[in-house]
Write a protein that binds this ligand. Sequence first.
Ligand code: GUN
Length: 283
Amino acid sequence: MSAHIIVGAEVAAEIRAALKEEVAQLKEQGIHPGLAVILIGDDPASHSYVKGKEKACHEIGIYSEVIRRDASITQEELLAMVEEYNQNPNIHGILVQLPLPKHISEKAVIDAISPEKDVDGFTPINVGNMLIGSDCYLPCTPHGIIELIKRSGQSIEGKHAVVIGRSNIVGKPVAMLLLQENATVTIAHSRTKDLASITRQADILVVAVGRAEMIRAEHVKSGAVVIDVGVNRNAEGKLVGDVHFDSVKEVASYLTPVPRGVGPMTITMLMKNTVEAAKKLSR
Ligand code: GUN
């Protein structure tokens, strides 16, 4: 068996086309969605992600401001910048790219973002609302993963979903969203014993560990849906996921590739949240 490949880039393109039309209509009503992205320091991966966000804004017609600052910025300066955007009526979404330099408290910065402009879904208000299934901005990667599974035609309800990884950005929230969709959810992580015995029970396996090609065919149940959130360079310098694509595609029924899998969906969900924020804040 060879898995169906879920090409996130294609799904993302469909959603972005619909968003582009929606933004054009909003502009006719005098609403021009705007996103501010704040990038601190010189992490190459962060710079590349932010470029992708800027490009997507441009493509869809969302006004974007990208603020790039040296890692020497103080926490106070960054907090003041966030507060300015909280007050700026042309900006409906604020994203502070993580990670931040060590001398800055990520929690303090996230807490400073107005929940109404928190299109990343990282503030405690949005995280809490997500947990209780209330209206909120969903975090972009977890939301993108759920959309990919649903749009591939696979049901989530009643399935055993195993999430590997427990980060605040991906692992924990995607586990909550899968639970909301009525999956039975197991979270595995770096201290989990006998990982393969757990992952082999998964009907849906979401891998967000950050280790190149760690999940191989022997970790995967025949017919499982496998979602690869990893972005790594292998020994040859090639971009690869956390899943060993060539071996797992012979076992899984559905599999996302890296690149062109989850990544484009993350950015697309950010665009969707920004458009939603513009509509809500303009009411
Ligand atoms: N760093 C890695 N992923 C993300 C994300 O989704 N949002 C932000 N703000 N930073 C990130």
